[in-house]
Design a protein around this ligand. Structure first.
Ligand SMILES: [Fe+2]
Length: 506
């Protein structure tokens, strides 16, 4: 892989970048390996720029990643063309051991609505090349925007074939990641057993390195292992990520200051602090998300001209009954929804609409790790939409490893009634393994959930194509992820008309 990458860099004119380096790269000779094993990434586009990211890890599966315990310089370049013949801006950043030798450069001074290419060099080596678009000028009239949606990428559960196909989607402006970028569990003992034509086959691929993760070094190594995947790297290189986290970046089903095991809050806080720092280090996010005091501000907004305002929510850090968002974030969302964009995308992690699971239908039980565990928050969102007369709210969700297309009812309990907003739940990249068109036992799901039009439990991703009057969502599925060569197809396409929350087949 390294050799191919170097060829690529040569083709792209990497030598000019290396020529500018100079300085001491003795650390690289000591490490004796290529430092850009984790790829490159970009994120959070603004009209004048974006974040570009990399992290030096010559030996990614070792604690410490094979880096010396000192700061090292990293050169970066942003160009107007793929061959880097027209450099727009360049500079030097410092990769520090305090931040796991990650580099976040907030690039500014660029043209709005324009495509750029970027790369790094350090230790006498050049990184791969990524591409990213700036957002349109504030308030500019925009006719069309294409967003990918992805998340839930358990490394042991399957290959990242869905990312391979997502990275080849034409003309993506950005990719919203709803979280579960890593999973915290230990290496699986014994290989998963799959049954093929009556024969039991052991599949033993992609095992976690190490035990359950608790310390900052543990989390860093887990991110490094996931990021060595070439399909994930291709997706990052193809478009800006709008990164959020869900539970597995810290611990399964954590909420606010509590884990699900009843650990004392001050003890859990130590783990959460390490996990959130590692999230910052490994995501292409801005300085505004820098961790401090064991917490960080993940929620933020992005605007795409007059067409779309994206509200990235944090449904984990401020959870405390009865609110899933916390009072401050609720107020922030309410204030921001009325910004006047043609569409509002509420981009978050867990299902907002009520949903009755087949196995618990009789008991009327819902998933309390979602907004169904916080009905007062859901009601407040519905009331906000009604009070501001917003007919332009679309919700993006992940978490359940299934595609769903549904609506958030305007009246609690009236699932057949009018809709307040449209919700697209995106299936996982790999979590759950190959999956099926519909899980066994889910036949009754349509009857008990009339507000939900589709359930598909295969792996995949979604693409939102946002127009001025209509919004199209493609639900993409991959036929297998537990062996190579999985093919992609479109399971369904839905349309939403602005001013009329709901779903129509398209
Ligand atoms: Fe997940």
């Amino acid at each position: 892989m390294t050799i191919d990458r170097r060829k690529l860099i040569h083709a792209a004119g990497g030598l000019t970048l290396l020529a500018g380096l100079g300085g001491s790269d003795a650390w690289a000779h000591a490490a004796g390996a290529y430092p850009f094993t984790l790829g490159v990434a970009s994120g959070d586009p603004a009209p004048d720029g974006f974040v570009i990211w990399t992290r030096l890890a010559p030996r990614p599966l070792e604690l410490g990643s094979g880096m010396p315990k000192r700061a090292v310089p990293v050169r970066w370049e942003v160009a107007e063309d793929e061959r880097f013949s027209r450099i727009a801006v360049s500079g030097e950043a410092i990769a520090r051991p305090e931040l796991g030798h990650s580099v976040h450069v907030e690039v500014g001074g660029l043209r709005p609505g324009a495509r750029y290419w970027y790369r790094f060099s350090a230790g006498g080596e050049a990184s791969g090349v990524g591409t990213v678009r700036t957002a349109p000028a504030a308030g500019a009239q925009l006719d069309r925007l294409r967003l990918g949606v992805a998340g839930c990428q358990h490394y042991e559960a399957g290959l990242y074939t869905a990312y391979k196909w997502l990275s080849q989607e034409p003309d993506l402006d950005a990719i919203f990641h709803y979280g579960d970028y890593i999973y915290e569990g230990p290496e699986k003992r014994g290989c998963p057993v799959t049954s093929t034509d009556g024969e039991r086959t052991r599949t033993c691929f992609r095992q976690h390195v190490g035990d359950e993760i608790y310390t900052l070094d543990d989390y860093r190594r887990r991110y490094a292992q996931y990021k060595t995947d070439p399909d994930l790297q291709a997706a990052h290189a193809a478009a800006a990520f709008l990164s959020t986290y869900d539970d597995h970046e810290v611990d399964n089903n954590w909420a606010g200051e509590a884990d699900q095991d009843g650990t004392a809050p001050e003890i859990f806080a130590l783990r959460r602090s390490a996990a959130l720092q590692a999230w910052y280090e490994n995501m292409p996010v801005r300085r505004a998300q820098f961790p401090a005091g064991g917490a960080l501000r993940m929620r933020r907004r992005l605007d795409y001209g007059d067409l779309l305002r994206i509200h990235l929510l944090d449904t984990r850090q401020y959870r405390a009954a009865p609110s899933i968002l916390g009072a401050e974030q609720h107020a922030w969302l309410e204030q921001g929804l009325g910004g006047g964009a043609r569409w509002n995308l509420v981009a978050q992690q867990v299902m907002v609409m009520p949903f009755l699971y087949p196995e618990s239908r009789a008991a009327g039980r819902t998933n309390t790790d979602s907004w169904s565990g916080y009905p007062a928050s859901r009601e407040r969102l519905v009331q906000t939409i009604a009070a501001q007369k917003l007919g332009n709210v679309v919700i993006a969700t992940g978490d359940v490893h299934k595609h769903h297309a549904g609506v958030l009812p305007a009246r609690a309990g009236d699932l057949d009634g009018p809709a307040a907003a449209t919700e697209f739940v995106c299936t996982s990249i790999s979590s759950g393994g190959d999956g099926a068109v519909m899980d066994a036992g889910w036949e009754g799901v349509a009857a008990t959930n009339p507000h939900c039009r589709l359930t598909d439990a295969r792996r995949g991703y979604q693409v939102f194509e946002v127009g001025r009057e209509s919004w199209l969502t493609d639900l993409k599925v991959v036929d297998r992820v537990t062996s190579p060569g999985g093919r992609v197809s479109t399971a369904a396409r839905f349309a939403v008309q602005r001013g009329k929350p709901g779903l129509a087949s398209a």
